[in-house]
Write a protein that binds this ligand. Structure first.
Ligand SMILES: NC(=O)CC[C@H](N)C(=O)O
Length: 220
């Protein structure tokens, strides 16, 4: 088991950043610490269970992410089941869904995501410049504590696929990149959610999202 802790004087909540061999763990950790969390980077399921909140980071391809996280699959599902806030970032958000078109285009069989939010991830249309890379606007579509104070603000994106939830009620915020796509999604009970953008790379808006997340965790 890998564990790296960074005690904070006045931490508001204990947050685990899941280490499954992918993802910009350090920058996510720094962002969460700035937001007031006591952060542990680990792959220890006991730590997931004990934490006030769990972050599933992610940079890379869907197939690699799902395969790397497979040994932790049941533990992540248990986190969601017990009502602990589970926050997926970019590829981590995409892994919360049922599946993705990514990795199917080369003829491979579909890999299954966590299916905590029913739906797939789809590629931007042929002819659209991908990846969608840069700052873009968030339009909040429905209330969720994660989006307090960020409607109309800008966040930083780097992705070629986006979430297509089966139920439009799962869409918390949208962003426009030649077409509107869900930039923040959440499950029905609201404790599982994800951002397509990188809050840890999104300046003050990203810090606000992370502060909102830490507050959600602190209420656990
Ligand atoms: N930055 C990423 O991790 C991108 C996630 C996914 N491979 C996509 O292109 O949408």
């Amino acid at each position: 088991m890998n564990s790296v802790s960074s005690p904070q004087e006045q931490s508001l909540a204990s947050v685990v950043v899941v280490d499954y061999g992918l993802g910009n763990l350090r920058s996510v950790t720094r962002g969460l610490e700035r937001a007031g969390a006591d952060v542990e980077i680990t792959d220890d399921p006991a730590a997931f269970e004990a934490a006030d909140g769990v972050v599933l980071p992610g940079v890379g391809a869907f197939r690699e992410g799902v395969e790397n996280a497979d040994p932790l699959r049941e533990d992540l599902l248990a986190v969601a089941e017990q009502g602990t806030p589970l926050f997926g970032i970019c590829l981590g958000m995409q892994m919360l869904l049922t599946s993705s078109e990514e990795g199917e285009t080369d003829g491979d069989s579909a890999v299954q995501g966590l299916d905590l939010i029913s739906g797939t991830n789809v590629r931007f249309a042929e002819g659209q410049k991908v990846p969608h890379m840069g700052w873009n606007e968030l339009s909040v579509e429905r209330d969720h504590p994660l989006v307090e104070g960020v409607d109309g603000n800008y966040a930083y994106f780097v992705h070629s696929y986006y979430a297509a939830p089966d139920d439009e009620a799962a869409t918390v915020a949208t962003t426009d990149y030649e077409r509107e796509f869900p930039s923040i999604v959440a499950n029905e009970s609201g404790n599982v959610f994800g951002t397509q953008f990188h809050p840890e790379k999104s300046g003050e808006t990203g810090l606000q999202i992370l502060r909102n997340f830490v507050e959600i965790c602190a209420e656990e």
